[in-house]
Design a protein around this ligand. Structure first.
Ligand code: ADE
Length: 428
């Protein structure tokens, strides 16, 4: 492992065009209307400054919603730097506004190449973070591999997404997770809503924006029936699609069957599908043999974190011609005479072709992120190395605030019910 010398961030920002800031600001303000929970946290943070003196790096999709997270973290006193967690998800107007209007350093440009992406990760690490807010675990994994000397300054990290949690678990198993990492993804107020309803809606939004096709009557294959797959399948059915689910986990497969979906192996689904959506988190879920048997004009896209789920290399090798047919839409003409259409270069279609999850769900996800940062600081030095859940009270409080903002009241237990719930003596 190499230890790169630690130096402060010299460059202040790297965005596409600062003149885009007014549009970005307008869109950030619009998103804020749907983010009342994060707003309340931001207002409290402004008064209490729980993150004062904390150097923080957030590696997230640079969207209007992330802007509100960054503003909340800055209000809490954090010296925050933002980088993109995906080359195709950056909203350049938002990046510009964060720099110009909110004074937050951002290093992100839509369409940046891998070299630039990795350089931004290094710039982020040059900031010598005490806290890393990661989405996919790239910054944390790079720090562990290349900046061991800086680990002494790290209080902990927070992780947004399932893929990142899988990587953190692998790091823990390998004995290299020597600091606390807060698992934001598994908070109830995160994955029940963001992964399910957020991915469900934004994935279809991405497909529609990229293709403008009618979903009703189409056979839509959803690969993976985790929370993202559940939401995607549910919404695809809601749009009139005939939904087929593919799975490798037997329990999830039964769930999909009992939710009313047809479950078959991908080899069979490949023959029937009009549209394919991967949300498994694993690689090469759709590969050479599947492309070969697809219908002419089948549409393939991914909504999982990394662009690994569709084997585009194999598809390229099977193709005689690749051409752009619309924005975010490429047609591969195969040697067998049929064509396969790939959306968003196999990157997460909801952020590549649309704007990611709607603000109302990111409100809860990012409320969790903000509270997770506060939790790490409050408990500095007290948390064991390893993966920690968001405290249940924080999760419940976020739900309570969300309900309140939605104007929905719920019941509470009567004293008699509390006593009953805590007793074991009375049965039938
Ligand atoms: N991940 C999915 N949707 C997102 C959004 N709107 N903002 C940030 N991260 C996201």
């Amino acid at each position: 492992m190499t230890a790169t010398p630690v130096r402060p961030t010299e460059q202040k920002y790297e965005v596409k065009d600062l003149s885009l800031a007014p549009l970005g600001r307008q869109r950030i303000e619009w998103a804020g209307r749907e983010m009342p929970v994060l707003r309340q946290i931001q207002e409290r943070f402004a008064k209490e400054t729980p993150l004062k003196g904390i150097r923080l790096v957030a590696c997230c999709h640079i969207t209007t919603e992330t802007a509100h997270l960054a503003i909340a973290l800055k209000s809490g006193g954090a010296d925050a730097v933002l980088i993109a967690s995906n080359p195709l998800s950056t909203q350049d107007d938002v990046a510009a506004s964060l720099v110009a209007d909110y004074g937050i350093p951002v290093f992100a440009q839509r369409g940046e190449d891998s070299e630039t992406y990795l350089r931004h990760v290094q710039i982020a690490l040059d900031h010598r973070p005490n806290i890393i807010v990661d989405d996919g675990c790239d910054v944390v994994a790079t720090m562990v591999q290349e900046r061991q000397a800086q680990l002494a300054e790290l209080i902990g990290t927070t992780e947004e997404t399932t893929t990142g949690i899988v990587r953190l678990r692998a790091m823990f198993k390998a004995g290299v997770l020597t600091f606390p990492a807060v698992n934001v993804n598994d908070a109830d107020t995160k994955h029940f809503f963001d992964n399910r309803y957020g991915t469900g809606q934004s994935t279809l939004d991405g497909i529609i924006r990229a293709t403008n096709i009618l979903l009703a009557g189409k056979t839509i294959v959803v690969a993976g029936y985790g929370w993202c797959g559940k939401g995607t399948a549910l919404r695809a059915r809601g749009m009139g699609g005939n939904v087929i689910v593919t799975e490798i986990d037997p329990v999830r497969a039964i769930e999909a069957v009992m939710d009313g979906f047809r479950v078959v192996p991908m080899s069979e689904a490949a023959v029937h599908g009009d549209i394919f959506i991967t949300v498994t988190g694993n690689k090469h879920v759709i590969r050479g043999e599947h492309f070969e048997s697809m219908k002419d004009g089948a549409i393939v896209c991914n909504s999982g974190h990394f662009d690994i789920e569709i084997d585009l290399k194999a598809l390229g090798a099977q193709a005689t011609e690749v051409k752009d047919v619309r924005n975010f839409t490429q047609e591969y003409r195969l040697k067998n005479g049929k064509s396969v259409v790939v959306l968003g270069e196999g990157r997460l279609i909801n952020l590549a072709a649309a704007e990611g999850h709607p603000s109302a769900v990111m409100d809860m996800s990012f409320a969790n992120q903000a509270l997770a940062c506060e939790y790490l600081v409050t408990n500095k030095g007290k948390l064991e190395p390893g993966i920690h859940s968001i405290p249940v009270e924080a999760d419940k409080e976020i739900a309570r605030l969300k309900l309140q903002a939605m104007g929905i009241a719920i019941d509470s237990l009567t004293p008699e019910q509390i006593e009953y719930a805590n007793s074991w003596t009375s049965g039938t």
